[in-house]
Design a protein around this ligand. Structure first.
Ligand code: ADP
Length: 721
């Protein structure tokens, strides 16, 4: 089908023609034939990079040009930015896009001026909870990566958010984009929509298994030259010698780094002079954004054209690696499977070095077919590579046969709702009542009947869990039963703060019981809630953490007896996480923290983001319920945001002044913004370098003119769990 033939305003058609898109891909044409532009709900279950986003774009643009508004829901913040970059191009045709990523309590009313609003599923849920008015004006709802309904962490929120949005806007069109999953038809039936199910790809994908120096595809083989005793190295070098780039998936971060280090001397030989000089610039940028030992390892690999990528990297490094790869300067990325879920980063060849992953209950387990397909699907850059190839590695003929059967020729699993647990339901039962979607048990059950769970199983299977959730919320003063179910002031606050009611109950009980309220008391309290991520307890941690807990026993609001071994073990995990965060706010150097806790810089920020959000909730709860700890919790919230002691808070709130620079300035007597202004750029330059001093001076002078400190995080803290 030609773009010109579809019934969209001329300016929209012109926009696509100008960007070089003249023909629709077959699945896109099928979506149009099935009623996409007539407002029909649609599920598109097609492979990565096969034009799913364009299907959503056509529906959004069709509705917007008739006066509508679109909400685009993504699972990850990184994806929200990627979509934002794309949709900003619509400015040329007068269509505005905004992104909602801030504080969960914020209504973001100002975003209503946009035609397209991008939000993560959690943020969309919080906007609904805060009764943001433009939510009612939405005419198209796009749900990207809808197969995440299957995720125990994200799925329940996603399906409840979809159910609420449909209740609020019964006429809105829903476009759900999915990987090819086993039961896409079931998702389409739930949404009362058409289904586009296709394996079509713009670039051919050859899936193969490497065994005995050969990549075996269905009906073809390719011999690989042996330059190393490591099969993975040989497959990578073979790709680069053909002029392609390689994405290598490893099961753990340690293996990613190890394999990148192993590869670099092989890849180094293949680089041109010009590539080397660009890589050197990337290396400079890596070093400039972090001084840790881990970043030196990354820098060394990048110098040789190889990188690793996992959640332990800080966000600046992740971006540098992704951009360096897109520009074809970095030739190989060794990544954990997280990279496969989302980011648009295709390569000529994908090598899956390990198809097993560690599971804390069952040890090493084979990955699901869906995950394999997501990784393999990254192979082949549209319009650049003649074809893409994915390669699994077998050590025996039998293993090769099994890999063909279990992955290459296998069908992806079905998606299953994960709403059926009290932990998943409790928070949604509360918010459903707070927002007036229900006011009785029957009303709740009727609301739940619109979920994917109810479509897939029986709504009445949720009855007992709904009853348990109501009982919990009544017991903890978040609901009242006055004939109808009504949310109390506390219930409304908990829903708006976007925390699990069990977290709120834990925090309030802790504040009430705690004798001494120290930094550790509050930090442990936050770390003992179900909303907090926990650090894993290694056996080598036990003695140190146990000793620490014993010495500080008066500071914990709750400490189980060491004789209750499982509970006590769990408690030690919380203490370890709290100690990790205390080190961060006590300005312990990054390297020391990462070494002691066996984490990366990215983990520190990820944990701090959640702890900051929960500490903010603690402050609000204490303030509203007139419990002790309000002031301290507000101060800790800021300290977690910046990773600094209280005395540095004024300095770190200036843009470009992090905890390390602030400490240097402070120790030299420059303890406030006023002191910096008086000291002048030269003096500041002597302490933290002339270029940074210029930038900082510019920031404080500019901000003083407007009477506000620019980038002042106190007022605009961003909570991003
Ligand atoms: P997906 O969302 O399925 O991963 P995208 O929609 O991002 O895939 O499309 C991948 C790439 O293909 C994008 O660069 C997009 O511009 C391009 N593309 C999509 N549809 C077409 C088309 N009909 N013709 C040419 N290029 C297209």
């Amino acid at each position: 089908m030609q773009i010109k033939e579809i019934s969209l305003p001329e300016k929209v058609i012109g926009f696509y023609l100008d960007s070089g898109i003249e023909h629709l891909y077959p699945p896109q044409g099928e979506a149009i034939d099935k009623g996409l532009l007539e407002g029909k709900n649609m599920v598109a279950a097609i492979p990565t990079a096969s034009g799913k986003t364009l299907i959503a774009e056509l529906a959004m643009l069709s509705s917007i040009t008739k006066g509508g508004k679109a909400l685009y829901i993504v699972p990850l913040r990184a994806l929200a930015s990627e979509k934002m970059d794309r949709f900003l191009k619509f400015r040329q045709i007068g269509i505005q896009t905004g992104i909602s990523t801030g504080d969960f309590e914020a209504r973001d009313e100002w975003l209503g001026a946009n035609d397209i609003i991008i939000a993560t599923s959690e943020k969309a849920d919080s906007l609904l909870r805060n009764e943001t008015s433009w939510m009612q004006d939405i005419t198209v709802i796009v749900v990207d990566e809808v197969h995440l309904l299957d995720s125990p962490n994200r799925g329940p929120t996603l399906e409840v958010t979809i159910a609420k949005l449909r209740k609020l806007n019964p006429k809105a069109q829903i476009i759900a984009l999915s990987a090819t999953v086993g039961n896409a038809q079931e998702i389409a039936d739930w949404l009362k929509g058409g289904l586009v199910l296709s394996e079509w790809r713009p670039t051919d994908l050859r899936e193969g298994v490497y065994y005995a120096d050969t990549i075996n595809y269905i009906g073809a083989q390719k011999a690989v030259a042996i330059t190393s005793s490591d099969d993975g190295v040989n497959i990578v070098i073979d790709t680069l010698e053909e002029g392609g780039q390689c994405l290598v998936f490893e099961s753990s971060r340690k293996n990613c780094v190890g394999f990148a280090k192993k590869l670099d001397r092989h890849v180094d030989k293949l680089l041109s002079k010009q590539e080397r000089s660009v890589l050197d610039k990337i290396v400079d940028a890596v070093i400039e954004t972090s001084e840790t030992e881990a970043s030196k390892v990354l820098a060394q690999c990048i110098r040789n054209g190889v990188a690793f990528h996992h959640a332990g990297l800080n966000s600046a490094h992740r971006r540098l690696v992704e951009d360096g790869f897109r520009e074809n300067m970095i030739k190989v990325i060794c990544s954990t499977p997280t990279l496969a879920a989302g980011l648009n980063l295709p390569a000529r060849r994908v090598v899956i070095r390990s198809y097993k992953r560690y599971d804390s209950n069952f040890g090493m387990q084979p990955i699901p077919v869906l995950e394999y397909k997501q990784m393999a699907g990254r192979a082949g850059r549209p319009h650049l590579d003649p074809y893409g190839e994915s390669v699994l590695i077998a050590r025996s003929y039998d293993e090769m046969e099994a890999l063909f059967g279990n992955y290459v020729n296998a069908k992806a699993e079905d998606v299953w709702s994960k709403l059926g647990t009290e932990n998943a339901l409790r928070t949604h039962v509360l918010s459903t009542i707070v927002n007036g979607f229900a006011s009785s048990e029957e009303g709740l059950m009727e609301f739940m009947s619109a979920t994917f769970f109810a479509h897939q199983q029986e709504a009445r299977n949720l009855q007992e869990l709904v009853e348990q959730s109501i009982a919990f919320l009544l017991e903890h003063g978040m609901l009242q039963q006055e004939g109808r179910l009504r949310a109390t002031r506390l219930g409304k606050l908990v829903s708006m703060l976007y925390i699990d009611p069990l977290s709120a109950a834990t925090i309030l009980q802790g504040l009430e019981k705690a004798g001494k309220l120290t930094d550790l008391t509050l930090m442990h309290l936050v770390c003992s809630t179900p909303d907090m991520k926990q650090l894993y307890m290694r056996s080598s941690d036990y003695t140190m953490i146990n000793e620490f807990a014993t010495v500080h026993k008066d500071e914990f609001a709750r400490m189980p007896s060491p004789f209750k071994s499982i509970e006590y073990e769990w408690f030690l995990g919380e203490v370890k996480t709290a100690l990790f965060m205390i080190k961060w706010i006590d300005e312990i150097p990054m390297d020391e923290i990462t070494a002691q806790f066996n984490v990366g810089e990215g983990d520190i920020h990820a944990f701090a983001d959640i702890a900051q959000w929960l500490m903010h909730a603690t402050a609000k709860l204490a303030e509203t319920m007139e419990f002790p700890g309000t002031e301290k919790a507000y101060e800790l919230e800021k300290r977690i945001q910046y990773g600094a002691n209280a005395q540095l808070l004024e300095l770190v709130s200036i843009r470009d002044v992090g905890r390390v620079r602030a400490r240097k300035l402070y120790n030299a007597g420059l303890t406030s913004v006023e002191a910096l202004k008086n000291a002048g750029v030269e003096r500041i330059g002597q302490l933290i370098g002339p270029k940074t001093a210029e930038r900082i001076m510019h920031n404080i002078m500019g901000s003083y003119q407007t009477g506000k400190i620019k980038g002042n995080g106190f007022a605009e803290a961003v909570y991003r769990p």
